[in-house]
Design a protein around this ligand. Structure first.
Ligand code: BTN
Length: 252
């Protein structure tokens, strides 16, 4: 497939027309020894996956890509990269849409435009030798031309938010440029500046939210993000640390 994507230095592109899932393809390449910075991009996925086992509808026109990394640090630290990816997607979406529409990050790693979901990230990893990960894959989906009509959390696309003509190639280039800068910052300065950037564009910070966990639903105030990336939920006198779940605005 011919592709004109501006890549940051140290990144290589593996592009194809149709694939089951770019995350699955990145895993196959990882098993074959592909290096850090390998980017898998497909125009269409036949088995695109979202968080928590959900399907990710992947018809042509939107961005479907996965970045393969080989972080040399403890797994808990490596998972901070999901916020590097969320910051990159937020910055790229804001740049592509322009200043008319508010773009925000929704915990843990969704991106909202005008209050609706425009992008999501699926982070997957595999344990390696000596306490670090063998690989970590950040799968990114950005709605450019279309979005699913009936989703639990309302969805949108760059086109629906009034962005001009954005090519998938330009969007991938923008995401990777921001991602490379963020990864560099994280490697040099650690999680704190990444956390601060995320908080600076966090949706619903300080507001009442509902958090749906696997086995219960909680309501409280979104009080912050801790040093490990967990959401801090204030419920009355109690502060709860949430490490996985879906966030919604609290029912009025
Ligand atoms: C979510 O919000 O649930 C995460 C969506 C992640 C979708 C992307 S599209 C590219 C990559 N390949 C997949 O199968 N999923 C991710």
């Amino acid at each position: 497939m011919s592709a004109h994507v501006q890549l940051p230095s140290g990144y290589t592109l593996s592009a194809c027309d149709t694939i089951d899932s770019t995350n699955e393809q990145a895993k196959r390449l990882a098993a074959e020894g592909a290096p850090q910075g390998t980017v898998v991009w497909a125009r269409r996925q036949t088995a695109g996956r979202g968080r928590r086992g959900r399907a990710w509808i992947s018809e042509p026109g939107n961005l479907y890509a996965s970045v393969l990394l080989r972080p040399r640090c403890p797994p808990a630290q490596a998972l901070q990269i999901s916020f590097v990816a969320a910051n990159a997607m937020t910055a790229a979406a804001a740049e592509l849409i322009g200043p008319r529409v508010l773009v925000k990050a929704k915990w843990p790693n969704d991106v909202l435009a005008g209050g609706r979901k425009v992008a999501g990230i699926l982070l997957e990893s595999s344990p390696g030798a000596s306490g670090s990960l063998a690989w970590l894959i950040a799968g990114i989906g950005l709605n450019i031309a279309h979005h699913p009509p009936a989703t639990e959390y309302p969805a949108t696309s760059l086109a629906a938010e009034g962005a001009g003509a954005v090519t998938v190639e330009a969007a991938l280039g923008a995401v990777l440029r921001h991602f490379a800068l963020g990864l560099d910052l994280w490697q040099k300065a650690g999680f704190e500046p990444v956390r601060q950037i995320w908080l600076s564009h966090a949706a619903a910070l300080g507001e009442r939210i509902t958090v749906r966990l696997f086995n219960e639903t909680l309501e409280g105030t979104f009080a912050g993000l801790d040093e490990a990336g967990a959401l801090i939920l204030q419920t009355g006198a109690e502060r709860r640390r949430i490490t996985a779940g879906d966030v919604f605005p609290a029912a009025a």
